[in-house]
Write a protein that binds this ligand. Structure first.
Ligand SMILES: Cc1ncc(COP(=O)(O)O)c(C=O)c1O
Length: 389
């Protein structure tokens, strides 16, 4: 483990994000961790090696990234995966047929798809509840409940879950709690500090930050849990390549600066949208009248740059017109990059959720989601203003 991993409670965030996991390369002194583009490592005699045997099991670039991820999430251990979905997949593979999971009813569509279309047929039962009220969870807990899965703020409705309250329920019933921390990033929120067992990330988003990599991560404190997940990581093989690990390591170094600007721009755009006469509702957890505002204020260091909105004229053609008219906001899936993106959850990121289920939980056909980037806020507002009309 790198020296910074042992110092993680003392360092301030800006220092942590720049130095986390970084040691000068032992062979050359290179300040940036090299991209160890290798599949295997030479042994001088069978079993006599330098801690690296085969790159699915260990890679020095990945190790530096995993050390960094642990530091920035205030955890002891981290594991990097080839995508966010692969990280989620590993967590569910901890379970046995007959086990039950209580999951949030508003979350990334791909997580819902993995649960319903892949794991249900292996005998794992999933219950979906509104986790804005933590007590909803308690009613569903029974002796088979092994995992509580939540996402906060949620994708795309920006609902907020009280992590500490859910962690108390989880501990009382001896279940695992995994929090998808993708929307907040470790700069805004640290689920392990609030009692979660696992913090999960789609590192594709804010951690990478430049829309050039697909990757996932799990961070935890428990050594036994780390061993089980490491076994799944190497046995199932969804590991990221060294180039991608390098890109996420580099992204982490500027996370705090980018997040500060995402938050500033997010606030300006949320308020602009709220005042716009053609806009019906803006979903952003920094509004004082947002139902999760108090919890968000308590557990987050800022409100982030993710938001969704609906138009007063809620015909789908009208939403499509806005989605196709922005010039700076690119119409694309994903989020968390330096550039602003606009997205139509119903047909894009959340298309895998049946329409009836989506609508029941408030995800309407005309909902528009924004990932506010770090461009100049005035330009972004002008772009939205001309697209909304
Ligand atoms: C909140 C959230 N969790 C998980 C994922 C899945 O991550 P990936 O696309 O890296 O597999 C996404 C992707 O959009 C997401 O938004």
């Amino acid at each position: 483990m790198c020296i910074f991993a042992t110092m993680n409670t003392k360092m301030k965030v800006a220092t942590k994000f720049i130095h986390a996991g970084m040691e000068p390369d032992p062979s050359t002194g290179a300040i940036m961790t090299p991209i160890y583009q290798t599949s295997t490592y030479v042994q001088s005699a069978p079993g006599n090696h330098k801690g690296f045997e085969y790159a699915r099991s260990q890679n020095p670039t990945r190790k530096a990234l995993e050390d960094a991820l642990a530091v920035i999430e205030n955890g002891k251990y981290a594991l990097a995966f080839s995508s966010g979905v692969a990280a989620t997949d590993a967590v569910i593979k901890l379970l046995e047929p007959g086990d039950e999971v209580i999951a949030a009813n508003d979350m990334y569509g791909g997580t819902y798809r993995l649960f319903t279309k892949v794991f249900e047929k292996f005998g794992i039962k999933f219950h979906y509840v509104d986790m804005q009220n933590a007590s909803n969870i308690e009613a569903l807990i029974n002796q088979n409940t092994k995992l509580i899965w939540t996402e906060t703020p949620t994708n795309p409705l920006i609902n907020v879950t009280d992590i500490a309250a859910v962690a108390a329920i989880s501990k009382a019933h001896k279940t695992l709690l995994c929090v998808d921390n993708t929307f907040a990033s470790p700069y805004l929120q640290n689920p392990l500090d609030l009692g979660a067992d696992l913090a999960m990330h789609s590192s594709t988003k804010y951690l990478g930050g430049h829309s050039d990599v697909i990757q996932g991560a799990l961070v935890m404190n428990d050594a036994e849990l780390r061993e089980k997940l490491y076994f799944l990581q190497k046995s199932c093989g969804a590991v990221p390549g060294p180039m991608d690990c390098f890109l996420v390591l580099r992204g982490i170094k500027t996370l705090h600066v980018r997040m500060q600007r995402h938050c500033e721009n997010g606030e300006k755009i949320a308020h602009f949208l709220r005042k716009h006469p053609a806009v019906e509702k803006v979903f952003w957890c920094g509004f004082q009248d947002h139902p999760g505002y108090d919890v968000a204020k308590k557990q987050m260091r800022g409100f982030g740059g993710m938001m969704s909105f609906t138009l007063k004229d809620e015909r789908i053609e009208n939403a499509t017109r806005v989605l196709s008219s922005t010039k700076l906001f690119s119409l694309a899936e994903s989020l968390g990059g330096v550039e602003s993106l606009i997205n139509h959850p119903a047909s894009m990121t959340h298309a895998s959720i049946p329409r009836e289920e989506r609508i029941k939980n408030g995800l309407t056909d005309s909902l528009i989601r924004l990932s506010v980037g770090i461009e100049d806020a005035e330009d972004l507002i002008e772009d939205l203003n001309s697209a909304i009309g």
